[in-house]
Design a protein around this ligand. Structure first.
Ligand code: 1YM
Length: 677
């Protein structure tokens, strides 16, 4: 769906125009011959390394599902992007072919083909057959750290049915091909001459490795768009030969446009602020926009083009710089007194900001196991100074904006104070009436060990009834919902608070709402949305997730929101009177169940939760030992904002189109789902 502004154009990579005139350079031929000999000597060791990748793909690309599959593309794209970042070429082409292969091209120097003396094989062979080979030859200052796992093209080779690499370099066209996970079938050869320079890689993922080998337009679209925001001046061309879709990404103003798109459906205060500094040891770029009626702080950070989900020193610096600049300006301008300083949280409410830093390789540090949190100490003070100086200057130059901003901060502060008072009052005994309302609907958990308690929000009274009977009373609470919840994206907070369903949810969770929400106060460690596996159920999921996203975002960012995942089928043996069932959650399970039961099986397809009795619902969907939950996460902020604005916006035709396109209940793909117990 995100290809909303797709324009049909034909993008053919310049490098594809290979000259067919075959003119082999004798020196190169001799070199290549030598390389082949050396390669044979080396190949056993190399193959065993690649065999390791094939045996445990998850270790190298995270998983062997669709996410892992797309890692194969990112590894190759990253090599092209690194080349562009280093100043060679400014176009990257990605083509999805009808035969299931993916082709990536750039217009850089071409992958090095000269002999690596130490190894006795051409550099390109090392780059495509040894793990972590890239860095050893590279002189690049900032690498993209090649996605999450940073293992390079070798992994793509190891996990492909075949891979062809064509290099246009110093007047020659070189070609090399591997098959079946890294078996060299066409050694490096010169196949022609050319005036072009660059690299083209085409590969077909190995269907014996992945659970799916279908490249998704949306996934690649979103990834390239994110890269394009971060790399001003680089053009990305995506084209899909399967359905003739094409799209070009090019953002001259980078992060400024990123923030514009993130806030496109919000009520803005002033313009996007955009600051850059290329002169320091660490390159820094930040864009920010304040909005009304948004109770969240939306900060997204990147280090060397890789998203830092858990923030780090650059994010800390950004927060410090903003708080200090706004307070200093407000005090100097006489808008507030020294003792009325605003809290950072009040200043950041309604702020959408993206910060991207480029840290030289030798200073690049991460905290923890994953690359989710930047650790480089210098980033904190460098970013804080840079943001402070630029922001205080901007405020001084744009007084009207500055005053509007301070008013918003003061309103945030007042709302927070009022909410705090209300909470204290509620605690001091004025809540009986509300408690009574809740207890009508809510079947509470007995335990006060909140972190281990689970709240099931269930579609419909009948499923709610089964859930109440089948639950673990100690730790599981059930809250049935009647009908469709309110669309909280199109109403004010006041209106939302008047809604009985949402006020019940807020009271039940017990941790406040909006700016006042404090995740530490949550009465439940898991909030589990349990709906039917049909369009209505999908719609209810979206409406509830939109509410949590807008008003209790930390529940999502802390991984506390889940979707129950009831089975789709029940398989049984017709002749067996004991009615032992095998449950199936997908078509793969179904096939396995049919095979297990053998001839004479029967299949029930569940349409709704109501078709299961309490025991079955508990066993398949609620019991910790046997259920599957989908954890809701926000991976790509842009996808969430875009989908929410389409799904929740006023344009009913866009919404219908989207639901129709996603009829197989991919609906909540917006929020990445991860299977958990
Ligand atoms: C479509 C994929 O791989 N392009 C590419 C890769 C490299 C170079 C140029 C390159 C880099 C350097 C010098 C250098 C790579 N080089 C290496 C290694 N596109 C694609 N284009 N000359 C050419 O960084 O010094 C790994 S990839 F290892 F040589 F550095």
């Amino acid at each position: 769906m995100p290809n909303d502004n797709t324009n049909i154009q034909d993008f053919s990579p310049a490098t594809a125009e290979a000259t067919s005139s075959f003119e082999e350079d004798s020196k190169t031929a001799a070199r290549i011959e030598k390389a082949e000999e050396a390669y044979n000597g080396n190949s056993i060791e190399v193959l065993s390394e690649m065999e390791g990748v094939r045996k445990r793909p998850g270790m190298y690309i995270g998983s062997s599902n669709s996410t892992g599959l797309h890692h194969l593309v990112w590894e190759i794209v990253d090599n092209g992007v690194d080349e562009a970042v280093n100043g060679y070429g400014n176009k990257i082409f990605v083509t999805l072919h009808k035969d299931g292969s993916c082709e990536v091209s750039d217009e850089g120097r071409g992958v090095p083909v000269d002999m690596n003396e130490a190894a006795g094989v051409p550099a390109i062979v090392l780059i495509y057959t040894k793990l972590h080979a890239g860095g050893k030859f590279s002189d690049k200052a900032y690498s993209t750290s090649a996605g999450l796992h940073g293992v390079g093209a070798t992994v793509t080779n190891a996990l492909s049915e075949w891979i062809d690499v064509t290099v246009y370099r110093q007047g020659h066209i070189y070609h090399i091909r591997w098959e079946n996970g890294g078996h060299l079938v066409t050694p490096l050869e010169v196949i022609g001459t050319t005036k072009k320079h660059g690299t083209t890689v085409r590969f077909k993922p190995d269907a014996t490795i992945f659970t799916t080998t279908e490249f998704k337009w949306d996934t690649i679209y979103n990834h390239l768009q994110e890269e394009a925001f971060l790399l001003k001046g680089v053009h990305f061309y995506l084209s899909d030969e399967r359905n003739k879709q094409t799209h070009e990404f090019y953002y001259e103003n980078g992060l400024q446009e990123y923030v514009q798109i993130l806030t496109s459906n919000k009520e803005k205060i002033g313009e996007v602020l955009h600051f850059e500094d290329d002169d320091n040891a660490i390159q820094m770029e930040v864009a920010m926009q304040w909005c009304q009626k948004d109770y969240n702080e939306n900060i997204y950070s990147y280090a060397n083009s890789v998203r830092t989900h858990d923030g780090g020193t650059h994010e800390t610096g950004l927060r410090t710089g903003i708080t200090k600049a706004v307070n200093d300006w407000a005090i100097t301008a006489g808008v507030i007194k020294e003792n009325q300083k605003l809290d950072g949280a009040d200043i950041r409410e309604g702020l959408t900001a993206v910060i991207a830093v480029k840290v030289p390789e030798d200073k690049l540090e991460y905290e923890g196991q994953t690359k989710g949190k930047l650790g480089t100490p210098e980033a904190s003070s460098l970013v804080a100074d840079f943001v402070y100086k630029n922001l205080i200057y901007f405020l001084a130059e744009h007084k009207d904006f500055a005053i509007d901003l301070i008013h918003k901060c003061q309103a945030s502060k007042n709302a927070r104070d009022a909410a705090r008072k209300a909470k204290e009052q509620a605690r001091s005994g004025k809540t009986k009436k509300v408690d009574a309302i809740i207890s009508d609907k809510l079947a509470a958990a007995q335990s006060k060990d909140y972190k281990n308690n689970e709240l099931f929000i269930v579609e419909g009274d009948s499923a709610g009834g089964s859930a109440k009977t089948g639950r673990d009373r100690l730790h599981q609470a059930i809250l049935p919902l009647r009908g469709k919840p309110l669309n909280t994206d199109s109403v004010t907070m006041e209106r939302m608070l008047q809604n009985v369903e949402f006020s019940t949810i807020i009271q039940t969770i017990g941790a406040g709402v909006g700016a006042d929400f404090d995740v530490e106060d949550s009465h439940y460690g898991k909030i589990i949305i349990m709906t039917d596996a049909d369009t209505d159920g999908a719609h209810i999921q979206i409406l509830l997730l939109t509410f949590f996203y807008n008003y209790m975002k930390p529940l999502i960012t802390n991984g506390m929101v889940y979707l129950a995942n009831p089975p789709l089928y029940r398989v049984y043996k017709k002749s067996d009177p004991s009615h032992k069932f095998i449950y199936a959650w997908n078509d793969q399970d179904l096939e396995a169940a049919k095979a297990k039961i053998g001839p004479g099986y029967g299949i029930n397809r569940y349409k709704g939760l109501g078709e299961m009795n309490a025991d079955q619902l508990a066993m398949t969907t609620m019991n910790k030992a046997t259920r599957q939950l989908l954890q809701v996460r926000i991976d790509d902020p842009l996808v969430v904002e875009k989908r929410i604005s389409v799904l929740m916006g006023n344009d009913a035709s866009l919404r219908r189109e989207w639901i129709e396109e996603n009829i197989n209940f991919d609906t909540v793909d917006t929020f990445i789902k991860e299977v958990k117990k």
